[in-house]
Design a binder for this molecule. Structure first.
Ligand code: ATP
Ligand code: MG
Length: 328
């Protein structure tokens, strides 16, 4: 069987340049390595309070963004998580094989719940990794491209697969997280020690920002003392982040990027970064608008859900049988 590749993005807000560089930009290349399943993690978006119209709009945008990033719907299966009921069913089974202790150690849960009053933290936020593990195992995915923040959840899925297979035999496929060597963690432009994140929009570049705004945000990005354009995450987190953005979009190494700016001033460097980001976003936004206007994403998502359901229901039946649920 060809390897299966699975990844999802939550429609929790406007997509950022972090999401784009960390995952979206390179997804179209994966088709040469295996069978790709990409989804809109709308059930995951419900784990924090979200307005229904906002969620609907974000889901449509995300579908258009996937397609604008160059995905060919004939080669990849693109779908809404909520349109494939096997995700919720697998979740109901798998929640019995992950434990409270390990879930409470997840950094994402600790980060997101830290700002909340305990009585307002939903069970879904705590159990998020159970649903994510279910997403992955349903497709027998062996490769899971993610940014660095999701690595821990894929590791937990690996523990689950070991535990489950140890008990029931060789039922689930072992996944592995795959991260870009450079660009797995794009940082905020206003605080380069924090991850750029769509639910914490300070210092974000949004994929829908107009080009003038993008340019302004980059030109006013926090930089560091000194004047050399050097990659040094410890002492120059701001410059290092901009170098990463530049190198990823130009598809060159950090060293090559550093060389280009030897002896140049911060101002000239920022302008070059802004030029590259704006050029890429101009093309990307044009494609996004065409796809959105044509409404082609509707049929793509319907076809995708059908194809995804076939695969997912197969795995679900295998799991049901293994644990002793009657599948008549
Ligand atoms: P949220 O704040 O709602 O968690 P997010 O920006 O972290 O939003 P997710 O939907 O959680 O986005 O993640 C989508 C994908 O983008 C994941 O694979 C994640 O690892 C990746 N990703 C998220 N933020 C970054 C970033 N700053 N740099 C690189 N990759 C990222
Ligand atoms: Mg996240």
């Amino acid at each position: 069987m060809a390897e299966r590749i699975l990844t999802g993005i939550k429609p929790t807000g406007q997509l950022t340049l972090g999401n784009y560089i960390g995952v979206l930009k390179n997804l179209h290349k994966e088709t040469s390595r295996g069978e790709c399943f990409y989804f809109i993690a709308d059930l995951h978006a419900l784990t924090l309070p979200i307005d229904p119209d906002y969620l609907r709009g974000n889901s449509i945008d995300l579908a258009c963004f996937y397609l604008a990033a160059g995905l060919d719907p004939n080669k990849v299966t693109l779908f809404l998580q909520s349109a494939v009921s096997a995700h919720a069913e697998m979740n109901a089974i798998m929640q019995n094989y992950l434990y409270m202790g390990e879930l409470s150690r997840m950094t994402q849960f600790k980060d997101k719940s830290a700002k909340m009053n305990e009585s307002a933290i939903g069970l879904g936020l705590f159990a998020y990794p159970v649903l994510m593990a279910s997403d992955i195992i349903l497709y027998d995915a062996s490769i899971v491209p993610v940014g660095d923040d999701q690595k821990q959840h894929v590791e937990l899925t690996r523990d689950l697969v070991n535990r489950f297979n140890h008990r029931y035999g060789d039922i689930l496929t072992m996944p592995r997280p795959e991260m870009r060597k450079v660009g797995a963690r794009i940082m905020s432009l206003s605080d380069p020690t924090k991850k750029m994140s769509k639910s914490d929009p300070k210092g974000d570049i949004f994929l829908k920002d107009d080009l003038a705004t993008i340019r302004k945000k980059i030109m006013s990005a926090v930089t560091d003392s000194g004047s050399e354009v050097k990659y040094d995450v410890e002492n120059k987190p701001g410059i290092s982040n901009l170098l990463t953005i530049y190198a990823c979009l130009k598809e060159i190494s950090i060293e090559e990027a550093e060389k280009e700016f030897e002896g140049k001033r911060y101002g000239d460097f920022k302008k070059a970064v802004a030029d590259v980001v704006c050029a890429e976003m101009e093309m990307f936004q044009k494609k996004y608008q065409e796809i959105k206007d044509s409404k082609i994403y509707e049929q793509v998502l319907r076809d995708g859900a059908k194809r995804a359901s076939e695969v997912a229901n197969n795995t679900l039946n295998r799991v049901k049988k293994a644990v002793g649920l009657l599948a008549l």
